[in-house]
Design a protein around this ligand. Structure first.
Ligand code: DGJ
Length: 715
């Protein structure tokens, strides 16, 4: 719900357990008042009167677009602007601004003054738009706030509208400036990473300085993830304590800066990176930023992540990802890499079926001259030597064996010795006359160009219409360098970083709309581009190329701080669920199911059949992280269905230390008065499981297993 007091010029946005408040000062600045626990009355704020009295604003409601006629500021307003909700770079301001612009006449001063507002209520959400305007120029900045009635989540974004008669160049435009209660001891938690080591958690205490998380690679990860969490005095634990978290919906260059000033004012500013960014805005044009989602929770890191999980599930991911439980998959990529062909694939298919696989997918090998990573990208037809009959026969065999069929593509790339490279050199991102550096021996197509987008939509559509494909893995295996776009004027070229991402979104969106039931996987050499922006069009994300089980667990653990477990890719046979002996053979890069004895295969099938009975709990349940790989040599995670009827505990050990007895696992969110049936343990009540806990133990190093809890019918 969004309340507004005309008397006090306060906006109060309330979610289930939290409130967010903003006030208009006497000179029309917008000042942040509150983000935290719930406030029930708009009068419940302690205000310093000198900033707010004697205001005479004209026409706020009567004349929606009326602008406060401030041309000259009567006196110094430095203090009035402290905690400014969203600052233009202008006036006596020295922090990291929300927006910085360059007017045609050389003026680079932007002072944002309240102009009007609009509140829109709908069934699930309420939206507040506050229109700000420069005190002199006709440049409008609309601040958007969207709240969700059943969540403690706020989406923020900004739209700039140029109503001047000249071009205005935007040099920086952040999606939001978040403000936190004044204080000296904030801990910032963030993620860093690398290829095969994504989503690693790190923390730092904020000093009177700035900490910047960013990427300049053109994609949102692997090095960093557009997510942060902030808590006071490092007091938040997994399930307790006040915590703020935020995540940016953007798949290209981004920056999130946490800043504490010398008066203990703490701010987090985030959005599209201003590095090598410039956006010329012609008269009547507008520019919108991506969304920056914020959450406040008193339930610690776990509480904040469950809010984000629910938000992602209900308002970000495509509907099919809710409907379809991820399949257990097998691909020959680990076995043959580029060297697979129809004959070899046909040979493996029955073996995969015998292991209880649901989805058989063909990876990076099936098209053009793709015999190694120097060749083939861009020419999207079946390899005449490796798949001379197309994919039809293979797909038939996969389906006959009762499995779904999946296919790999990498639409944004081109290899040198291809028709596409020869026919469209102008489609390749580069600076004419300079070197064109390859990454993994390939170049990047300029998806900012309409014709490139149309080309991709056309061949992807034809492919998906021609074959019965259930799963599509969209890969992206290099970063963007030498970002030239020679067809554009000089002053427009820096738009490439943003237009590229917008173009990628358009192609993903079009394909998802045309083929909603093709399960779409976001992959960029593993988890190189996982963010809420791209996940709007993808059912699932590849987290990593990492094949080491323990490393993978840490990657998964970090991922769940920001993203819903239901979006974590398909479980590949063996990763954390297989018997250790089979797992060690299958989880590496050279797994060959033909090598397994019939006993091993049926054991694997049994494991997969068992997993199939409980995987809906991971897909639909809420996650409680019970024991952290950052703190101990084992991990425990509990997934529990919202109605508390079933829970699944995954226990994974790194080391088995001789004579070490693990702490009892105290579970969460069960029905205290019901009795649960538990595999491997006697039945217990929810109360007992939460208060006393379960004994867990490991049989050997790198052991892993799950415990399934089911409420007894008549309990
Ligand atoms: C990177 C992906 O993450 C891998 O799973 C695999 O598909 C290769 N690319 C193929 O080139």
């Amino acid at each position: 719900m969004i309340a507004y007091s005309k008397e006090r010029q306060i906006f109060l946005l309330s979610t289930v357990n939290t409130s967010y408040a903003i006030i208009v000062t006497k000179h029309g600045y917008l000042k942040h008042l509150h983000w935290g626990g719930k406030i029930n009355s708009i009068d419940d704020f302690d205000l310093i009167p000198e900033y707010y009295i004697e205001r005479k604003i004209v026409g706020i409601d009567d004349e929606p677009n009326a602008v406060i006629p401030i041309k000259k500021l009567e006196k110094e307003t430095f203090f009035e602007r402290l905690d400014e909700e969203y600052s233009g770079w202008g006036g006596y301001f020295f922090g990291d601004p929300g927006i910085k612009v360059d007017f045609e006449d050389g003026v680079r001063d932007l002072l944002l003054i309240y102009s009007s507002h609009e509140i829109t209520e709908s069934t699930d959400t309420s939206v507040l738009r506050i229109r700000m305007k420069d005190n002199i120029y006709d440049l409008f900045v609309d601040l958007y706030y969207k709240i969700y009635h059943d969540l403690d989540v706020i989406d923020r974004w900004v739209c700039v509208v140029n109503k001047t008669e000249h071009k205005v160049t935007i040099e920086q435009i952040m999606s939001a400036m978040w403000h936190f209660p004044r204080g000296d001891q904030y801990r910032l938690t963030h993620m860093y990473g690398k290829w095969s080591g994504e989503f690693q958690l790190a923390e730092v205490m904020l000093t009177q300085s700035s900490v910047t998380m960013e990427t300049r690679t053109g994609v949102s990860g692997h090095h960093s993830c557009p997510w942060f969490a902030l808590d006071w005095q490092a007091e938040a634990q997994e399930e307790s304590g006040d915590i703020y978290a935020g995540t940016l919906h953007w798949s290209g260059n981004w920056r999130i800066t946490a800043q504490k000033d010398n008066h203990e004012r703490v701010r987090v500013t985030g959005g599209i990176h201003d590095f090598d960014f410039a956006w010329p805005l012609l008269p009547d044009e507008e520019f919108s930023t991506p969304i920056f989602t914020g959450v406040y929770s008193t339930g610690g890191f776990g509480g904040a992540s469950r809010q984000l999980h629910k938000y992602m599930k209900l308002f970000v991911l495509p509907p099919y990802s809710l409907e379809k439980i991820p399949s257990i998959a097998y691909s020959t990529w680990g076995l043959y890499t580029f060297n697979s062909d129809e004959e070899q694939e046909l040979e493996i298919v029955p073996h995969a079926a015998q292991m209880g696989v649901d989805l058989y997918h063909v990876d990076d090998c099936w098209f053009s001259t793709r015999d190694n990573d120097y060749q083939g990208l861009g020419d999207w037809y079946c390899s005449p030597t490796k798949f001379p009959n197309g994919l039809g026969e293979l797909i038939d065999s996969v389906k006959k064996h009762g499995m779904e069929f999946g296919l790999w593509v990498e639409p944004e790339m081109v290899s040198q010795d291809t028709h596409l490279f020869r026919d469209h050199p102008d489609w390749i991102i580069h600076f004419p006359g300079k070197q064109m550096t390859t990454g993994r021996n390939q170049h990047v197509l300029n998806f900012g160009m309409k014709e490139v987008q149309e080309w991709a939509i056309k061949w992807l559509t034809e492919l998906l219409e021609q074959y019965d494909i259930d799963f599509f893995k969209w890969d992206m295996n290099r970063y963007i360098s030498e970002p030239g776009w020679s067809q554009l004027k000089n002053y427009e070229q820096k738009t490439i970083w943003v237009k590229y991402v917008q173009g990628v979104y358009r192609v993903f969106r079009t394909i998802k709309e045309k083929f909603p039931k093709v399960y779409l996987m976001n992959c960029a050499s593993g988890g190189g581009r996982v963010d809420m922006g791209l996940m709007k069009y993808c059912d699932t994300a590849a987290l990593s190329d990492c094949g080491d089980m323990w490393d993978y667990i840490k990657i998964y653990w970090g991922y769940t701080y920001a993203f819903a477990p239901m979006s974590t890719g398909y479980p590949r046979v063996t990763r954390m669920w297989g018997e250790p002996d089979i797992r060690s053979k299958l989880s590496g890069w050279s797994s060959d199911p033909r090598e397994y004895s019939p006993e091993e295969k049926s054991l694997m099938k049994k494991r997969n059949d068992d997993f199939r009975k409980v995987r809906h709990i991971i897909h639909q349940g809420e996650l409680y992280r019970l024991s952290s790989p950052y703190k101990d040599e084992y991990v425990a995670m509990e997934y529990v269905l919202e109605d508390m009827s079933e829970a699944l505990i995954a226990v994974i050990g790194l080391k088995q230390t001789y004579q070490r007895f693990l702490p009892k696992l105290r579970l969460c969110a069960l029905d205290p008065d019901s009795t649960y049936e538990i595999n491997g343990h006697p039945p217990m009540t929810g109360r007992g499981l939460m208060a006393h806990g379960l004994d867990v133990t490991f049989r050997e190093e790198l052991d892993s297993y799950y415990i399934h809890l089911k409420k007894l019918q008549n309990s």
